[in-house]
Each structure stands twice: as C-alpha cells, then as structure tokens.
Design a protein around this ligand. Structure first.
Ligand SMILES: [Zn+2]
Ligand SMILES: [Zn+2]
Length: 445
C-alpha cells in the first residue's frame, strides 16, 4: 500500500516535470496509464498540470489537457486560475487558448481579489491585456457586467487595472486601458495611498510615459488623494524630478485627447494612431520647455524606422495642409473629402483642460465646408493631377504656389514621426524565465 502511494506521488512529480518542460510524449503516456493524474495538484501551492502548462507556455500540453475536459477554471491555493497565471507570465498563446476553451475572465483570486485583467496590467503584458479585453467584448461578461465596468474592475483594495499599470510603469497597458474606457480619474480605496488616482500612482512609480498618457487623456493634476496631496507632491516626495515638472500645476497645460472626437463614429485605427502621434508630438514640444530646468534630456522620437526614406519621397507627392501651410495633409474628412494635417485636425477639437462641466459638446465640423465630420481616414497619397479636383477654390491657388516652393524641410521632421503609425509599440514582455527552483513548477515573478 505504502509502495503504491509513493509510486503515485512519483508519477505525479514526473507528470508535473514533463508538463513544465513540454515533454508531450511523457505527459501523454503518463495520463494514458493513469488518467486520474490529470486532477492531481502540487502539494503546497495546489497547482494543477493546467496551471503549470499555462505559466510555462506549454501550449500543446495545455491544449491536450483542455481536450481531456479539464476544468479551465481550476484554482490553486490562492484561487488563481490558469488564465491568471498565463496573464501574469505573459503567455499570450495560452491566454488565447484558455479563453477559447471558455475560461472565465471574471474570477477573483484570494490574494488581492484580482482578475486576469489585473494580472496582465500589473505585469505589463499588453498583448495579454488586449486579448482579455477582446474576449470581454464578446463574452457573457459584457452582457452581465457591462464592458466598461469590466475595464474598471476593482481589486480588494479598490485598484483598477489602470491603477496597477500606472504604478508599475507600464505605459503600453496604460494606453490600451485608456483607449478602452478606463476611468482616468478613479480613486483607489486602500491601494497605495488611499484615494490615489492613476496619476498619483504614476507619479510615485516615476514613469514619464505613463504620466504623459494619463495627462493626454485628461487626468487632473489638481485632484487630491485622501491625505490631500496632488500628484505633483507625490512625484517630489519620490524624487522624480522630470515627472514633477510635468505635474506641476503651474507648468503649461498639456493637450488633451479631444472629447469631440468621440462623436466621429468611424475613426479607424490608422487615423486614430496618426492623431495620437500628433497629440503626443505636440505635448513633447511643450515638454521641452517644461523640462529644460530638470536636466532631463528627452529621447529623440522614433529613430530606427527603416522605411523612413520611402515615406519622405512619397511625401513630396502629397499636399501641404491648407490651414498651417507647414505639415503634410495626412487626414481626410469624409464625406466631403477635404484634407488637413493631423495636428490641425486635433486643434480643431482640442481643448487644453478637461472640463467635465461642459456637457454640451458638439461634433467637430470641417473647416472648409462646415459639414459635420462623420468619418476621419488617413489621406491617400495623391498625384498632382487629381488633387486639383478635391481642393476648394479659395485654397487651390495658394496651394499651387506652395507646391512650387515646396518647402518641406520644416514639416518633414514632424512628418517622420507622424508616419510612424502604430508606434505605440507593445511593451516588450520581459522574458520571464522559467525558474525551476527545486520542487517549484511555477516561478513567482
Ligand atoms: Zn495643418
Ligand atoms: Zn469639408
């Protein structure tokens, strides 16, 4: 009997080892011999084979286990599901597979009352965060909870995923969350300093990128936490001087992602990222002055773009914006077809300060023909011949003159950065290594 027991536990550890290293054949053979092993858990942490597979990115084994109808929401000692571990370790294919298999995205662990969305945000895995959010849109969660509520889901201490991403310096996740309706001014209950907003936590973490994004989405520099501190004071306390400079209420207001753009029903991804680029670019210009005194040198914007030369030569065939006469037209208003640059589009609807009292926002109108902007798309590169038909009478003569002089030198630098579409690059997931510490099958990041 005793022999049988010990052989059982050695089979168990053989299984867990095989799952961890991805030895598919051994796992298959072991489960064939002893099908019940699939329900065994590690002694202390109560990890199942599915947990180990998810945390170690063993997608084939994970799929095999799920096919054997293992419950995708099996929990370990801390009530963590395999999906939470996959999100924590940034194993995107496992996240997708588990979601596909019906894993519940609305489970809370017993450590901090966090969901898989909290884990992805905390550890900065943008791809996993995005996958969970996409799942939330199409799952029963959206119906029962509402999508917006899920994005702003709180842990046991009142922290939303945005609070955690801001605190942990994860600008990629901050961006995705804001883009999906995360509340920029929500206060925590007990997490961090009570009453902290994402901006307080970013000030504490010291991430300039997170602060930039939060400000651009309308975070309030004057909002106080429970002890009456504004984010500026928090940044000073933790000696993040550059962050403090941006958060200083007496420094220039950053441009804020304009609320009227929400009225534009179809703003495709490409157009949106052009506008976001333009917004961040404009804010970077303001920052230069603010940061002058802080001995903080700004990194030059997107440099290693190999396709740069192409876009410049293409640029010579495009139109100069008829509003600023500096930038190239990159945005096209529909249905009228009028074009302007991304920065002028922004300033059409930009406001410097979030103003929640001003509820009567009106949709932006085309500055050339006064029609309501229904759609914004990225302007197609035009040839000279067909460009004339699209430009209004007043501006066409000016434009012809401009075309002759064609002074792109000034605008070209900002065009370069504008053309870097989609450079809200995913945070490179830090290769969380598999740590096979003695009897541990799952590392704790
Ligand atoms: Zn312009
Ligand atoms: Zn128009």
């Amino acid at each position: 009997m005793g022999q049988a027991l010990s052989s059982g536990s050695s089979q168990e550890s053989e299984l867990f080892n095989a799952v961890q290293v991805g030895d598919f054949e051994t796992v298959e053979a072991l489960l064939k011999r002893e099908p019940n092993l699939v329900h065994h858990k590690t002694l202390y942490d109560r990890q199942s084979a599915l947990h180990i597979a998810a945390a170690n990115d063993q997608i084939e084994i994970l799929a095999m286990l799920l096919e054997k109808s293992v419950n995708p929401d099996v929990v370990n000692r801390h009530k963590q599901t395999p999906l939470m571990l996959a999100a924590m370790h940034g194993k995107i294919s496992c996240v997708k597979k588990l979601v596909e298999a019906g894993a519940n995205i609305l489970r809370f662990d017993s450590l901090h009352g966090r969901t898989c969305l909290h884990y992805a945000a905390y550890y900065g895995h943008s791809d996993c965060l995005q996958a969970i959010l996409s799942a939330a849109r199409s799952s029963p969660v959206a119906v029962s909870w509402g999508y917006a509520r899920f994005v702003n889901i709180r842990d046991a201490r009142g922290a939303t995923p945005l609070h955690l991403a801001a605190r942990q310096r994860r600008p990629g996740c901050v961006h995705i969350l804001l883009d999906n309706g995360a509340l920029v001014c929500a206060s925590t209950g007990g997490y961090g300093c009570p009453g902290s907003t994402p901006l307080h936590l970013a000030a504490r973490g010291g991430s300039l990128d997170c602060i930039r994004k939060l400000l651009a989405w309308g975070a309030d520099r004057l909002q106080r936490d429970a002890s009456g501190r504004i984010p500026y004071v928090v940044a000073l306390k933790f000696k993040h001087r550059a962050c403090a400079a941006l958060l200083n209420p007496s420094s220039a207001e950053p441009l804020v992602w304009p609320a009227p753009l929400k009225f534009i029903s179809e703003l495709n991804e490409e157009a949106k990222s052009l506008l976001e680029q333009a917004l961040m670019e404009a804010n970077r210009e303001r920052e230069k002055n603010i940061l002058k005194g802080t001995a903080y040198s700004l990194p030059s914007p997107s440099d290693s773009d190999s396709g740069l030369d192409d876009s410049i030569s293409e640029a010579s065939d495009t139109e100069v914006c008829c509003i600023c006469f500096e930038q190239i037209c990159t945005m096209e208003v529909q249905d009228c077809g009028h074009q302007m640059c991304a920065q002028c589009t922004l300033s059409l609807c930009c406001h410097n300060k979030p103003n929640p009292t001003n509820a009567s926002l009106t949709p932006p109108v085309c500055p050339f023909c006064r029609s309501t902007i229904g759609r914004l798309v990225v302007a197609k590169i035009k040839t000279y011949d067909d460009a004339d038909h699209d430009i209004g009478d007043v501006s066409s003569s000016k434009l012809r003159k401009l075309r002759k002089s064609r002074t792109f030198s000034e605008g070209s630098s900002s065009f370069k950065s504008l053309s870097a579409v989609g450079s809200f690059s995913k945070m490179s997931s830090r290769g969380s290594d598999r740590i096979a510490a003695e009897n541990e099958w799952i590392d704790k990041p």
